[in-house]
Design a protein around this ligand. Structure first.
Ligand code: GLA
Length: 388
């Protein structure tokens, strides 16, 4: 457990508070392999937790307060558990929101002080905010002594984001950050909140391709898509688009307004692709998984209209390589990251080749990094290793 971030977090704690932390916790960011804009339609998603985390080194306090120093922001926040009333601004709202949502869900909360170190790039579409929420929830579980239940923790994180921060996200990001498994993606049923771990295909690698473009207007465009999906579900007289089968889509799509019809077609086909992708992974069929990822990108670009020129160029740059089995935009869209499935033997050539091709098309340098599928939020007993 000797990563640089782990050690830096402990060192920063000592500098800020004097003395050692008693625990270190961390929660990962995520990349979604397939199944986008399906979670809030009660559908299926197939994300994996990545090996980039939000870390917190901490120690309990007896006064019912949270004192937190963010190393990235070079700023501090204080949250009083006795006065959770009005949301603060910025990153402190996530901390407070998680405290509020956990309390609403009936978890007894104790205070703590800590240092926060984030290695999930912010604003890139890798769920740095869900990682922050789950790291804070993990810190509360540690000091307050309640067991880690991924589902209730994810629901509290989502509620914090929806009702305290004001971002109307689905459950995918929090649930994968809470429940991820090493070497596996999770096929999540977003209605039942159940999941199955499916192993990544052998001899392949997952590569995150960050366009390094700002995700402008993402919140308003995201909310508009949600409303369009609700209108589509109403048109089919079902509660959620999860309930529209491919057969009833074919029969009923002509009745819908053009844009709404395309949104519905994306969601219904994406749910199907996600289940097929999980089946392909169970069978170790990387080629099939890759084909489904490419079809997903086309659907997100043309039917759901959430891609961007940068994302389309990135996906095209990736797919030019023989060893690239599939690539697609990932997450909410409008910028941010794509994800590629690459044959392990082709990896060495893949990264520089995509960087050159993307730069030729867009004139900017992308950030490209392979990712390992990691475990969800976890606690690390710092004092065991403190004597070194
Ligand atoms: C964002 C949201 C998720 C999900 C994706 C799109 O990441 O936070 O809940 O809706 O967009 O799949």
């Amino acid at each position: 457990m000797q990563s640089t971030h782990y050690q830096n977090c402990i060192d920063a704690y000592r500098t800020v508070y004097g003395g050692n932390p008693t625990h270190v916790v961390r929660a990962p960011g995520r990349v979604n392999l397939i199944g986008d804009h399906t979670d809030y339609n009660d559908g299926f998603v197939l994300p994996m937790a990545i090996d980039r985390w939000v870390w917190i080194a901490l120690c309990g306090r007896r006064d019912g307060q949270i004192h937190l120093r963010s190393m990235e922001m070079a700023a501090s926040a204080v949250v009083d558990l006795g006065r959770l009333a009005t949301p603060q601004k910025g990153w402190a709202a996530y901390v407070e929101g998680v405290a509020w949502a956990l309390r609403q869900a009936g978890f007894p909360l104790s205070g703590w002080q800590g240092v926060l170190l984030g290695e999930v790039p912010m604003g890139a579409g890798l769920s740095s905010s869900a990682a922050l929420e789950m790291a804070v929830a993990r810190a509360f579980a540690t000091v307050s002594g309640f067991p880690w239940e991924p589902k209730s923790m994810a629901l509290a994180g989502q509620r914090a984001e929806n009702e305290w921060v004001g971002m109307n996200c689905g459950i995918m990001d929090q649930l994968i950050s809470a429940a991820g498994q090493a070497d596996h993606a999770l096929c999540i049923d977003c209605r039942e909140l159940t999941y199955e771990a499916v192993r990544l295909p052998p001899e392949t690698a997952i590569v995150v391709l960050d366009t390094a473009t700002q995700r402008g207007l993402v919140d308003s465009a995201y909310n508009l898509r949600r409303h369009q999906c609700e209108a589509g579900a109403a048109g089919f007289e079902v509660a959620k688009l999860r309930d529209v089968s491919p057969a009833s889509l074919a029969a009923g799509i002509g009745e819908l307004d053009g844009a709404i019809g395309r949104r519905v077609r994306h969601v219904v086909s994406e749910n199907q692709r996600t289940l097929w992708a999980a089946a392909a992974m169970r069978a170790g069929d990387a080629r099939r998984l890759g084909e489904l990822m490419v079809a997903s990108h086309t659907s997100l670009r043309d039917d759901f209209e959430v891609s961007s020129p940068a994302l389309d160029h990135m996906v095209a740059s990736a797919l030019e390589n023989d060893g690239c089995l599939g690539a697609r935009m990932t997450g909410a869209g409008f910028g941010g990251c794509a994800v590629a499935l690459v044959a392990a033997e082709a990896m060495e050539a893949f990264i520089p080749s995509v960087a050159v091709a993307y730069r030729a098309r867009m004139g900017t340098t992308p950030r490209i990094y392979p990712c390992r599928a990691s475990a969800g939020a976890e606690q690390i007993w710092a004092h065991d290793e403190m004597g070194e």
